[in-house]
Design a protein around this ligand. Structure first.
Ligand SMILES: Nc1ncnc2c1ncn2[C@@H]1O[C@H](COP(=O)(O)OP(=O)(O)O)[C@@H](O)[C@H]1O
Ligand SMILES: N[C@@H](CCOP(=O)(O)O)C(=O)O
Length: 293
């Protein structure tokens, strides 16, 4: 059985804890019954011993498996990870969502995606990564009475994501603590209006509005100050014709949307100017988490 889950970029500028979309960059795990518990890791995190011995995926999987099954079984877990850890591409959401989906799938119990999303919410309280990780596409999400309420839309094939991934990780938990405790009414109104306009632009495919609408006053500048080169990455991407360029989640990745015909040029320019960062161009993912038996 194989589970595949996409990376996600949350906030999209002003939509703090609300907006997010899925990118075709995936973690895969294949799980087989086995005589002993064993783990193999390829790709991102492969050199991190903590991921082998104290793996968040296995802890969540076991929580659910023990509740769902009355058998005691051991498994072999084979992870192939393309989502970098703590870079703002939703690696923790990917782990949470795929671990829950795996526990249900290995027991042959069908789980609908809305239920999966609400179970994932217990592990990550902001819904902007878990929603696109489960559903794929562009998502607007909020939480009410412990349930995620969301509206989604497929991302078109005419757009690409160009991501610039620094080699320095940023923990989401710490990056959240670094934000101001209070905001002015002006900043709050600025973000409400821009986030609303950005949502309308995605829903109506008005790509020319993305650049203006993706401005933010709530989190980006506070976080990007920790790595000031990111301002330069953002400026370069926009100057080369990107439709928008924002801090991905809590960073450190800078996420850019381009028309297909501009993506190669933007990627080349970013690679030339920031050779010490990893630059990738990807399609968007409209499937969310998938299970293959
Ligand atoms: N492939 C993985 N396997 C196990 N745990 C993971 C994996 N990817 C991420 N994690 C866990 O999630 C944490 C990173 O989450 P977070 O700081 O929210 O960053 P991100 O922006 O990537 O979601 C890691 O420190 C690790 O505990
Ligand atoms: N809204 C959250 C999003 C965190 O995304 P991640 O990919 O960095 O985990 C925040 O900005 O804290």
């Amino acid at each position: 059985m194989r589970i595949c889950v996409p990376a996600t970029s949350a906030n999209l500028g002003p939509g703090f804890d609300t907006l997010g979309l899925a990118i075709s960059l995936h973690n895969q795990v294949s799980i087989k019954p086995s005589k002993f518990h064993s783990v193999s890791l390829k790709g991102e995190g492969a050199n991190n011993p903590v991921l082998k011995d104290n793996n968040m995926f296995i802890a969540i999987f076991n929580d659910f498996y023990q509740n769902l099954s009355n058998k005691k079984r051991h498994f072999r877990f084979e992870f192939a990870n393309d989502i970098p850890l703590s870079r703002g591409l939703g690696s923790s959401s990917a782990v949470i969502v795929s671990a829950i989906a795996s526990a249900y799938a290995i027991e042959g119990i069908e789980i609908d995606k809305d239920k999966l999303l609400n179970l994932a919410l217990a592990y990550e309280s902001h819904p902007d990564n878990i929603t696109p990780a489960v559903m794929g596409g562009f998502n607007v999400a909020t939480v009410q009475d412990n349930e995620v309420k969301y509206i989604r839309k497929n991302m078109p094939k005419t757009l690409k994501a160009v991501v610039v991934i620094p080699n320095r990780p940023i923990s989401t938990q710490l990056a959240r603590k670094a934000l101001p405790f209070k905001y002015s009414k002006e900043d709050a109104v600025f973000n409400i209006s821009h986030s609303s306009l950005l949502t309308a632009a995605f829903m109506s495919e008005d790509w020319d509005t993305l650049k203006l609408a993706s401005q933010d006053k709530i989190h980006q500048k506070y976080r990007m100050k920790q790595m000031p080169e990111l301002f330069d990455v953002q400026k370069t991407a926009l100057k080369c014709g990107a439709l928008m360029s924002t801090l991905s989640g809590s960073g450190s990745t800078l996420f850019t949307i381009c028309l297909n015909e501009d993506a190669q040029r933007v990627e080349k320019e970013l690679k030339n100017k920031f050779p010490h960062f990893k630059v990738l161009t990807r399609d968007f993912d409209n499937d969310g988490v998938t299970v293959e038996y």
